[in-house]
Ligand binder design. Structure first.
Ligand SMILES: *[C@@H]1O[C@H](CO)[C@@H](O)[C@H](O)[C@H]1NC(C)=O
Ligand SMILES: *[C@@H]1O[C@H](CO)[C@@H](O)[C@H](O)[C@H]1NC(C)=O
Ligand SMILES: *[C@@H]1O[C@H](CO)[C@@H](O)[C@H](O)[C@H]1NC(C)=O
Ligand SMILES: *[C@@H]1O[C@H](CO)[C@@H](O)[C@H](O)[C@H]1NC(C)=O
Ligand SMILES: *[C@@H]1O[C@H](CO)[C@@H](O)[C@H](O)[C@H]1NC(C)=O
Ligand SMILES: *[C@@H]1O[C@H](CO)[C@@H](O)[C@H](O)[C@H]1NC(C)=O
Ligand SMILES: *[C@@H]1O[C@H](CO)[C@@H](O)[C@H](O)[C@H]1NC(C)=O
Ligand SMILES: *[C@@H]1O[C@H](CO)[C@@H](O)[C@H](O)[C@H]1NC(C)=O
Ligand SMILES: *[C@@H]1O[C@H](CO)[C@@H](O)[C@H](O)[C@H]1NC(C)=O
Ligand SMILES: *[C@@H]1O[C@H](CO)[C@@H](O)[C@H](O)[C@H]1NC(C)=O
Ligand SMILES: *[C@@H]1O[C@H](CO)[C@@H](O)[C@H](O)[C@H]1NC(C)=O
Length: 425
């Protein structure tokens, strides 16, 4: 029976019915097949059995921190304790906002405004001084199977928190005014440049991507010395979603089927971002597009509050670097200046080579079923989460098609690549 006939008999969408591809010899004719593999060996590091992960970061000592966006999960920030288990980090109390994850005003849901507990953590970063940086969106799902009910953010909830890994205690917390982090913003990833000369305060800067599905995408910059924050490239075409993008996962065209809504497409904007080796260029792209863009970071660092032309100047200095061969979500960099891009359509990680001006294949493996967030460790491996996101219920009309375990995979970087410490971050 042809697979599509089977899908029709089951009454399922072709995407919903599709399972991961398998590779086998179908005939004795020795027909050439796609092995699904390219590049270095992919190793399995950790298995998730309790909660589906999103971000991860590896410390100098090899401690693995993971985070989970949540609605009903018990915790949103965790540490891997053995190959099959994680535990709330730093403890369960800091993962438990008083009054719950969200609230309602006049029937409209809002995330918690708690600025000293974790609500829904999206991304993590470990700096060379062994500080764990935690990015909390403040926007939990109010129903794990129904992301549609993702509430707006209240000031206080969306935050950047620094944790000292030596004594596991919070050393700094930064929140954002509603004029910088909009109620419909969604902070998706973060990068740092800690060198004293990048800000007037001398304490470094954090670059945050706002992937807002509601559409006010862009970069948020935070001066770590003054706590001041500002935006650039808000709704610039290079940060917006591609209208009606239809990617393919495991060979199946993907449309978004959310419970109670008409058929639509993924609406996510700016997602992947990585700094050049010396911090002078930011490479980036929206999730739902094939183009790579860049901008010199001086234009992102310019605060519009101090320069009325800063917004125009940033907008005018975006470069389109051409297509890379598919959609990408998270980026990672290494000590060789590689710009690794996670490629969910190709079950792969590509590298945008800034010398050849081309995307290059780095690694591909059939186990890479939606790579989501990667982190280059101090040990010369790139670590990445596999969370089967296209199979989640809120993209499949309420049916959870994911199968535990989720996985942390890793691959050895080429040319002795390892975590870059040039930017002190
Ligand atoms: C498929 O065929 C190739 C070439 O004959 C052979 O090397 C390989 O072992 C076969 N694989 C399986 C799963 O039978
Ligand atoms: C991992 O930790 C969990 C929770 O503490 C425990 O139940 C499990 O037995 C441990 N597994 C191994 C292989 O040590
Ligand atoms: C979440 O939404 C689903 C689908 O609408 C519904 O079946 C379920 O009862 C809801 N769960 C909670 C905890 O509200
Ligand atoms: C972290 O805490 C330890 C122990 O109190 C301290 O020695 C170290 O300087 C702190 N690290 C940073 C980056 O502040
Ligand atoms: C952790 O270390 C920092 C920096 O040395 C210090 O300020 C803080 O009090 C320490 N916290 C705990 C719980 O020991
Ligand atoms: C956290 O909230 C408290 C109480 O509203 C406030 O005093 C404090 O300044 C806030 N901290 C940050 C970093 O926003
Ligand atoms: C900061 O200093 C480094 C040298 O330490 C230099 O290469 C870099 O261009 C400077 N950055 C800025 C923004 O001035
Ligand atoms: C979701 O399921 C409901 C109930 O079966 C159906 O009426 C609706 O058309 C489905 N939505 C999509 C986008 O497939
Ligand atoms: C930029 O403007 C803000 C708001 O007016 C002010 O607080 C800050 O000190 C200014 N920064 C610089 C570097 O001038
Ligand atoms: C980019 O390509 C050049 C020329 O082929 C090569 O030498 C270099 O290693 C590549 N860089 C990265 C970071 O892959
Ligand atoms: C990697 O490092 C090893 C040990 O320092 C060295 O022998 C080797 O030449 C390096 N390889 C490359 C490609 O740089």
């Amino acid at each position: 029976m042809k697979p599509n006939t089977w899908f029709a008999l089951c009454g399922l969408s072709s995407f919903a019915a599709a399972q991961a591809v398998t590779y086998q010899n179908l005939t004795s004719a020795n027909v050439r097949v796609d092995t699904g593999q390219t590049g270095p060996a992919v190793e399995e590091v950790h298995y998730y059995y309790d909660q589906w992960p999103i971000g991860l970061a590896i410390s100098k000592q090899g401690r693995i921190f993971v985070c989970y966006t949540r609605g009903t999960y018990a915790y949103t920030l965790g540490e891997v304790t053995n190959t099959t288990a994680e535990t709330p980090y730093p403890n369960l109390a800091l993962n438990t906002p008083p009054g719950g994850l969200s609230t309602t005003f006049n029937g409209i849901p809002f995330g918690s405004s708690s600025n000293n507990t974790f609500i829904s953590v999206q991304a993590l970063y470990v700096a060379p001084d062994d500080t764990l940086w935690v990015l909390d969106t403040g926007r939990p799902s109010t129903n794990e199977t129904e992301m549609l009910t993702m509430p707006y953010a209240q000031p206080g909830g969306p935050k950047l928190v620094a944790i000292n890994l030596t004594n596991n205690s919070i050393s700094a917390t930064y929140t954002f005014p509603a004029s910088v982090h909009y109620p419909d913003s969604y902070m998706n990833d973060l990068r740092f440049d800690m060198r004293p000369n990048v800000t007037a305060s001398g304490k470094g800067i954090c670059y945050i991507v706002d992937s807002s599905n509601e559409g006010r995408t862009g970069f948020i910059m935070l001066d770590l010395g003054t706590g001041e924050s500002w935006r650039q490239l808000t709704q610039h075409p290079s940060t917006l979603r591609t209208f009606e993008d239809v990617p393919s996962y495991q060979g199946i065209p993907f449309y978004q089927r959310s419970p109670g809504l008409p058929l639509t497409n993924n609406q996510e904007g700016l997602d992947g971002a990585e700094l050049s080796l010396y911090g002078d260029v930011m490479y980036y792209s929206p999730l739902t597009g094939d183009y790579v863009y860049s901008i010199e970071t001086q234009y992102l660092r310019a605060n519009p509050a101090n320069d009325t032309l800063a917004t125009q100047r940033a907008s005018n200095n975006v470069k389109n670097l051409g297509q890379r061969g598919g959609n990408a979500n998270g980026f990672s960099g290494d000590s060789n200046g590689a710009v690794y891009m996670l490629m969910p359509e190709q079950n792969a990680i590509y590298n945008y080579n800034t010398t050849t001006l081309q995307a290059e294949a780095f690694v591909r493996d059939p186990r890479i079923i939606w790579p989501d967030s990667s982190n280059v460790g101090f040990d010369g491996y790139i670590y990445f989460n596999i969370n089967q996101l296209p199979y989640q219920p809120d993209w499949n009309n309420g049916t959870d098609l994911r199968q535990y375990p989720g996985v942390i995979l890793r691959a050895k970087l080429p040319n002795n690549g390892t975590k870059s410490t040039v930017l002190g971050a």
